[in-house]
Design a protein around this ligand. Structure first.
Ligand code: GYE
Length: 330
């Protein structure tokens, strides 16, 4: 692959010699760097920022990489354009954190035609031919959702509310994202199976605090009869907390609304320790070292697992300490 980069560099140099006034500056010291194009889907959440930081730290120059990072601002069209650009530049490898699952077939095929391997990180892609990518490193989002639902069932029993009417406000992440689809499924299944549970509403929060705040604020103007908020990420939860505060509704320990939140970033865990969030479902964003390891294995011709899921936990106040929160990386 590096040979390919050099060939393209030569071709560009020749083109410039023919048509440009000045030669491109040669950077011989960079020739051994592996060029990785990384299409990050956005910067919508604390999780995402931790994920980007993990990737830039793991794929640093010191470690032998040149990382070309493109932020798609939550738009798949931007991602497609970024990936096509990486292909044109002849990068050695492409990493995609896909905003939505569908719509990837053609561009992955284009990467394959150009013989550029692709690693899918965080969310998944729904393509029939899985050989279009090397590997998918992420979380078992379905398991996360199932754990949240199991906990809720047990918690309601513990509170002696197992038979009560339970109204759930469901805050959803970006539609079509694996993390949204897979966290949504278990709560919808549970509501179908539990005659006394209802989804009061499903609100689109796009994984951002601003949207989470806005939709919950507007919702509470019409209906305040809510027992649970099932929020598919921490930032939407923070927004919801603000809306609940303004509406004068009490949540968390001793409150009227049970708060369930996904990601378990430090700020959310802190709220959990303070008794404001009832359940934090962990989702680990530190994929940088895992991706780096995969690239290394690929370069060395080792066999690579198709799917890599990270071990994750759930946290309630009684399972947390300040030391534990302080020691976490995100
Ligand atoms: O939960 C959310 C982020 O796909 C796991 O995306 C990721 C999700 C994460 O914006 O905070």
């Amino acid at each position: 692959m590096r040979v390919k980069i050099r060939l393209i560099a030569c071709a560009l140099a020749l083109l410039c010699l023919a048509g440009c006034a000045s030669r491109p500056t040669a950077k011989p010291q960079d020739s051994e760097l592996l060029v990785v194009g990384f299409s990050q889907l956005g910067s919508e959440s604390s999780w995402r920022l931790a994920n980007t930081a993990s990737m830039t730290a793991a794929l640093s120059r010191e470690k032998g990489y040149e990382l070309l990072l493109e932020n798609a601002k939550q738009k798949q069209d931007n991602q497609l354009a970024a990936v096509r650009n990486f292909i044109l530049q002849g990068v050695d490898l492409i990493v995609i954190a896909p905003v939505a699952e569908t719509g990837w077939e053609s561009v992955l095929q284009e990467a394959r035609d150009a013989q550029i391997p692709v690693i899918i990180m965080d969310r998944a892609v729904a393509v029939e031919d899985e050989s279009l990518y090397l590997s998918n490193v992420g979380s078992d989002f379905l398991r996360e959702g199932e754990r949240a639902v199991e906990w809720l069932r047990e918690e309601l029993e513990r509170r002696g509310r197992g038979e009560d009417e339970i109204r759930i406000l469901h805050l959803q992440g970006t539609y079509g994202a694996t993390s949204q689809l897979m966290r949504t499924k278990p709560i919808e299944d549970a509501v179908r199976a539990m005659p006394n549970w209802t989804i009061a509403a499903q609100l689109p929060g796009d994984y951002t605090e601003a949207k989470g705040y806005e939709v919950v604020r507007d919702y509470l103007r019409g209906d305040r009869d809510i027992d649970v908020i099932y929020s598919e990420n921490d930032n939407m939860t923070f927004g919801a907390m603000r809306a609940l505060d303004e509406a004068g509704l009490r949540y968390g320990e001793g409150g009227d609304v049970i708060l369930i939140s996904f990601d378990a970033v430090r700020e959310a865990l802190q709220y959990c320790l303070e008794g404001k969030i009832d359940l934090c479902v962990e989702c680990n964003p530190l994929h940088g070292p895992r991706v780096e390891e995969l690239i290394r294995q690929y370069e060395e011709g080792e066999s690579i697992p198709k799917h890599i899921y990270v071990e994750e936990l759930i946290f309630t106040k009684d399972r947390l300490t300040q030391e534990l929160i302080d020691s976490r990386e995100y």
